[in-house]
Structure formats: C-alpha cells, structure tokens
Design a protein around this ligand. Structure first.
Ligand SMILES: C[S@@+](CC[C@H](N)C(=O)[O-])C[C@H]1O[C@@H](n2cnc3c(N)ncnc32)[C@H](O)[C@@H]1O
Length: 277
C-alpha cells in the first residue's frame, strides 16, 4: 500500500495522549500566554464572568481566565481527554482556583453543556483538530449568552520556517504537513477564522490579531522536537519518514551546529465577536 493510500482513522487525535505531549502543551501555553492575555482583554473579559475553555488541555488558559473573573466568576474546561482534564483540575484547585470545573466531552458529539450559556466561550488550538470546524464553531457560539463573547485562537502552521533553509526543518515540515494532509486537517485554519465565523453564522469578527515568534533553535528545538515526536507514529504509518531518519532529526536539531539558526514559529491567529443582545 502506498503512503498516499494508508487509511487514517478520522476520529483520531493526531498529537497522541502521552505525558510528553501534556508537558509540551504546558510549555506551549507558557509561550503564548501574553498573546492570549492580550486577546482576552481586548475581547472584554471581566470579574464575575462565566467562561468556557473548549479543548482546555492542561488548563493553562483556565488559570488565566480564573485570574480575570475572580472568585465570583466561573470557569468550565471541556476536553475529550478525561485524563488531561483531571490533571488540570487538580492543579487548578491546588492553586486555589475553586471557581474552575471540568467536563469530559467530545465537542463534535455534544449539543448541550449544563453550565451554558456563558459570558465568554474560548477555544485555542482546538478547531485545528476538528474535521468540520464550522459546525463546531456554530455549536460553541450557541453556548454564548446574548451580549457574551466568543474568542478563538488557532495556528497557521505553514509559517514554520527558517532561512537559509536547513534539511532538519525540511524534515519537520514534510512530516507535519504530510500528517495534517492525510488526517484531513487544515494547516492554515488560523488564517481562515474570519471565513469560519461567517460560515458558522457568527458574522464578521469585532477584532482579529496575529502573533508570531522568531526564536533561535536552542530555544525552539524542544517544541519542534515535541511536535515531531507526537506525530511520529502516524508519520511512520504513512511512510512520510523512517525510524533512522527520525533518529537523525532528533540528534541534529538539538546539536550545536544549529543553535544559532532562527525558526519562525506557527502564527497564532485570533478572532473574537460579541453576540448581539
Ligand atoms: C493542541 S491542544 C490545546 C490545548 C489548550 N487549548 C491550549 O491551547 O493550551 C488541543 C486539545 O483539544 C482537545 N480536543 C481535540 N479534539 C477535541 C474534541 N473533538 N472535543 C473536545 N476536545 C478535543 C485535545 O484533547 C487537546 O487537549
């Protein structure tokens, strides 16, 4: 069977659910924290609000939201992965954020959330993983109160690059893009957000934002390698790389020869909208 005809389980989550991936998500959340804060503030997050973080993962944005809404507010995290949600909730409660709770649910199969409607519905890097993102967005918007806000952040991963080009980054791009293509995921979904808002019946966003990072390899390599390793089982299944080449990649990327190469990270694109009263 050729690489192009390897069947993919469309329900599968391409990043996998390993403790290494959970750690990578926490690191990634720290990197994007200032950009997410800025967007939440522009969208009007305020004390006392009720918020939903859909696809909350390790709960780092729930923590930010809990800080903004305070003890009179409420933050619900929703994720298909019960284990990551339990870990997130235990860390949040341990840190004193008693206003946080978690619901295990697959957004594509859930019409109703008990706590809805919310003052603010948020999703970061979730729609990317959903095959019918406009349907999911329509559902998220239905959980927003009249006068409430929807805030979405997602990647354009085609921005990942370096100059002069290097074989190691070419290997990353080949593996990442190949897995996305075969899994039916849109690498440029971040750029498509305003169009998705319109498709979902939300209308033109009130605000949009784009954030980028351009960092040396000795800072970037752990994130790049983490993503690579998370999708590697699928990349091997699809014939996009080999075990030997993946070992070469992991060795090269962390080595001194590449330390001064700078990598442009995926762009984090945002769009938000207040629901009419
Ligand atoms: C890339 S992580 C992002 C986590 C978090 N939003 C952040 O930015 O730190 C995507 C998360 O979405 C969750 N997810 C993927 N598909 C989902 C679905 N259909 N329903 C609910 N959660 C889903 C995954 O389990 C994972 O925790």
């Amino acid at each position: 069977m050729s690489a192009n005809t390897v069947p993919v389980d469309n329900a599968a989550y391409i990043m996998g659910r390993t403790s290494e991936e959970y750690t990578r998500l926490k690191r990634q959340a720290q990197v994007w924290e200032p950009m997410t804060r800025s967007v939440l503030e522009q969208a009007g997050i305020a004390p006392g609000m009720s918020c939903l973080d859909a696809g909350c993962g390790p709960g780092e944005v729930m923590r930010l939201m809990a800080g903004y809404v305070g003890s009179s507010g409420r933050v619900v995290g929703l994720d298909a992965d019960a284990a990551i949600g339990a870990e997130a909730l235990s860390a949040l409660h341990g840190a004193g954020f008693a206003q946080c709770s978690f619901r295990q649910a697959d957004l594509t199969a859930t019409e109703h959330v008990d706590e809805a409607p919310f003052d603010l519905v948020f999703a970061r890097l979730l729609l990317f993983h959903i095959r019918k993102p406009a349907d999911a967005l329509r559902r998220l918007y239905s959980w927003v109160k009249p006068g409430g806000r929807i805030v979405i952040q997602d990647y354009d991963t085609t921005a990942v690059d370096n100059e002069p080009t290097h074989e190691v980054i070419a290997e990353f791009k080949n593996v990442w893009s190949g897995v996305c293509k075969r899994a039916g995921l849109d690498e440029r979904i971040g750029l498509r957000l305003p169009h998705l808002f319109s498709e979902a019946g939300i209308g033109r966003p009130d605000g949009t934002d784009v954030a980028g990072l351009f960092l040396p390899m000795d800072v970037s390599w752990q994130m790049v390698t983490g993503v690579y390793r998370s999708v590697l089982p699928l990349a091997l299944q699809f014939g996009l790389t080999t075990k030997e080449r993946s070992e070469w990649f992991c060795e090269q990327i962390a080595g001194p020869d590449l330390a001064n190469f700078h990598v442009r990270w995926p762009l984090l694109m945002s769009a938000w909208k207040q629901k009419p009263l």
